[in-house]
Design a protein around this ligand. Structure first.
Ligand SMILES: Nc1ncnc2c1ncn2[C@@H]1O[C@H](COP(=O)(O)OP(=O)(O)O)[C@@H](O)[C@H]1O
Ligand SMILES: [Mg+2]
Length: 347
């Protein structure tokens, strides 16, 4: 098992900073996700941990070993880092059956035949593919192929497992069940996992902590609940979940919204212009009370909730109601709104 220490790591491609001054300490046995939009540098960071990419600057240590330190010319090749890696594109070999695919890393290490068989069977068991050992990849579903890739990454018992969007080629239902499978596996093995994804729900469901990236730069490192409820800045608030943004003015325990013609009490630690984010599910809609008056523009039935657009002055707010709004309200109706949790950032 291994912790990962990343210190001031930067990667430039020409003039582009793919990763800019990345710092993180991933603890032994921890499940950490790197989350951010496409192109923000997630894969580049993961590939530097794996050793498929050289850092322009900075230091990476896995366990007690410094595997990369640019200014000292240290660079340990991937095969000596004792890691397992799974890619988005499964990357299983089509000409080998499931057993041989999974056994491959042990074969390279020249593990004796009886040990190789035992450990490969254990790894197949772990991902529920024991009965499929003789099949070829084209006889498997996408989910099963991804499990082959997972077993192959785990068979050499690495201290660190790196996963790069491993579920994004799977359909929605399978993706959800694989989330739990991977999480269970990680718990069972006590292995350290660094998981790259652009899917916030995936990161929230699986991670002990999430590293949110934007344009090569870390925006926040926190537990999922903190990232969602206390985003460090508007970029994180916008990327994780849905938000309404409002311009306001913070002063003396209040935020005034000029566009809405109202103020709300708020526990804000600064004074002056504020960018305020309110999640749709933190706005309550009512026929009788609330400090904002608006007009219900339209509403959409989503089964477990109703997705409403409410016009307050010139501002359209999105409101998610978990109650019976769809049945009780009509489009065009005058309504009252009140905010629960608001997130205010100085401008
Ligand atoms: N080999 C490369 N050569 C040049 N630019 C690259 C290379 N790999 C990645 N980049 C650039 O680095 C940035 C980060 O890419 P990447 O790490 O793949 O992002 P993500 O995985 O978050 O989608 C992007 O702007 C991408 O175009
Ligand atoms: Mg990527």
């Amino acid at each position: 098992m291994a912790d990962v220490k990343i210190t001031s790591v930067t990667k430039k491609f020409g003039d582009v900073f793919a990763v800019n001054n990345f710092n993180a300490l991933i603890k032994d046995g921890e499940f950490v996700s790197i989350l951010g939009p496409s192109g923000c540098g997630k894969t580049t960071m993961l590939r530097m941990i794996a050793g498929f990419e050289r850092a322009t600057e900075g230091e990476i240590a896995i366990g007690d070993q410094i595997v990369s330190k640019s200014d000292a010319g240290i660079f340990v090749p991937p095969e000596k880092r004792h890691i397992g890696m799974v890619f988005q594109s499964y990357a299983v070999w089509p000409h080998m059956n499931v057993f041989d695919n999974v056994a491959y890393p042990l074969k390279i290490q020249k593990v004796p035949a009886d040990k190789l068989k035992e450990r490969t069977e254990q790894a197949l068991d772990l991902v529920h593919l024991a009965e499929y050992a003789a099949r070829f990849p084209n006889q498997l579903s996408g989910g099963q192929q991804q499990r082959v890739a997972l077993a192959r990454a785990l068979v050499a018992e690495p201290g660190l497992l790196l996963l790069d969007e491993p579920l994004s080629n799977l359909d929605a239902k399978l993706r959800e069940s694989m989330r739990f499978e991977i999480k269970e596996l990680q718990k069972k093995l006590g292995i350290t996992v660094v998981y790259v994804t652009h899917d916030q729900a995936e990161a929230m469901a699986m991670s002990d902590r999430i590293i949110v990236m934007h344009k090569g730069v870390i925006q926040q490192v926190d537990e999922p609940i903190r990232v969602y409820e206390h985003p460090a800045n508007p970029i994180v608030a916008d990327f994780i979940g849905l938000v309404n943004f409002l311009e306001g003015e913070a002063a003396a325990g209040q935020i005034q919204f000029k566009a809405l013609g109202c103020g709300i009490p708020a526990n804000v630690s600064f004074e002056g212009p504020a960018r305020v984010a309110v999640r749709p599910e933190h706005i309550r809609i009512s026929k009788t009370d609330g400090y904002l008056r608006g007009k219900l523009v339209n509403k959409f039935y989503l089964g477990d909730s109703t997705d409403c657009r409410v016009l307050v002055g010139d501002t359209e707010l999105r409101v998610i109601d978990r109650g019976a709004a769809f049945a009780e309200y009509s489009d065009g109706e005058d309504v009252f709104l009140s905010f629960g949790h608001v997130m205010a950032f100085p401008k």
